[in-house]
Design a protein around this ligand. Sequence first.
Ligand SMILES: NC(=O)c1ccc[n+]([C@@H]2O[C@H](COP(=O)([O-])OP(=O)(O)OC[C@H]3O[C@@H](n4cnc5c(N)ncnc54)[C@H](OP(=O)(O)O)[C@@H]3O)[C@@H](O)[C@H]2O)c1
Length: 353
Amino acid sequence: MSNGPIAGWPGLWAAALHQVALRRSGGFGGSGGSGGGRSAGPGHAAGPLASAPGEPGAHGANGVNGGDHLSSGAVGAWRRPPPGRDDESAELFDLYEPLVARTPSSPPWLIAHLGQSLDGFIATHNGDSRFVTGPQDLDHMHRLRALSDAVIVGAGTVVVDDPLLTTRRVPGTHPTRVVLDPMQRVPVAARVLQDRDAPTLWLCDERWHDPTLAPRVAARVLAVPGLAGSDGVFDAQVVRHVLVAQGLRVLFIEGGGVTVSRFLAQGLLDRLHLALAPVLIGEGRRGVRLPASSCLADCLRPGGRIVRLGGDVLWDFDLSPSPSGSASGAGRRHGDELDVADAQVRAFEGGGA
Ligand SMILES: NC(=O)c1ccc[n+]([C@@H]2O[C@H](COP(=O)([O-])OP(=O)(O)OC[C@H]3O[C@@H](n4cnc5c(N)ncnc54)[C@H](OP(=O)(O)O)[C@@H]3O)[C@@H](O)[C@H]2O)c1
């Protein structure tokens, strides 16, 4: 991927945002839709697309209009430009196609991303991670935010980075922000808990829920029974279930390593993006960490491909279940059924800021 502007990309991106806006609003004649309340990020560029001639209800997605670069007859049936025509934007778009080509009735879908060193670290030992990867990978992360219903981070990331988690580097809408904090240890001053530019959910386990905190933040607090075990380690399946019940179905886990590893270990990821930067950190915060295997043949070896993002190499791993039903993730993929009584999830509207 070059560092310069890519000819067909702005039109493709606008088309992608439009498709996502339709999904979120319950378009395509489907039901559901994601949790509302999103605000548009600066430079929001999604707009209506022309119908491709001869294809009822089709959306032509192109440089601006007219089917130059990419079009779709039905949701998800994206047609690439002819080989050699605009390979760069087509290659980039391939990365986002699985997020874009979803309807309100598609199954929930989870993607995680980590930017790591060659020796597998996502930050130094004291947590410095700004920035492991280069600007093109940062743009990529913001694109994943824009196309997802929710962006999820662990408590450790909020404490160290104090991120906003909005979509700022690319045109697009902010996702709902989710802070995964079973013991509710994140300080109330954290920007993501106080900021009102996008909705934030602060997920904690009901047993550690502190009712005095919600009035002090702008975030909505969800106190979830069984979110974590007695050791405070969250159950990713419960997180997924609770967020889907909130209408959030395309979920982006942005870090850190503990959080992404937990979703991976429980076999819940459809895609894993690992961006490798040409840097050696030596010792620090680990990226992916899974239970040890003594036999190499038993180790997870997911199918993947690489995309160059400036000086970094992005691995795009497909972990989705095979047609036979077996998952290529690290753990067994569970069904949607889960013994979490939604009625027992208590919500507390934030009152602060
Ligand atoms: N390069 C990247 O792509 C990327 C992305 C995101 C974050 N990061 C970096 O990754 C690091 C954080 O990742 P992580 O794997 O350590 O954690 P994480 O996945 O973000 O969050 C989970 C961890 O946070 C801990 N935690 C909970 N409350 C805390 C508190 N009040 N203070 C400190 N930690 C708390 C938890 O500890 P318990 O198990 O004790 O509950 C748990 O181990 C940061 O340095 C961040 O800058 C890098």
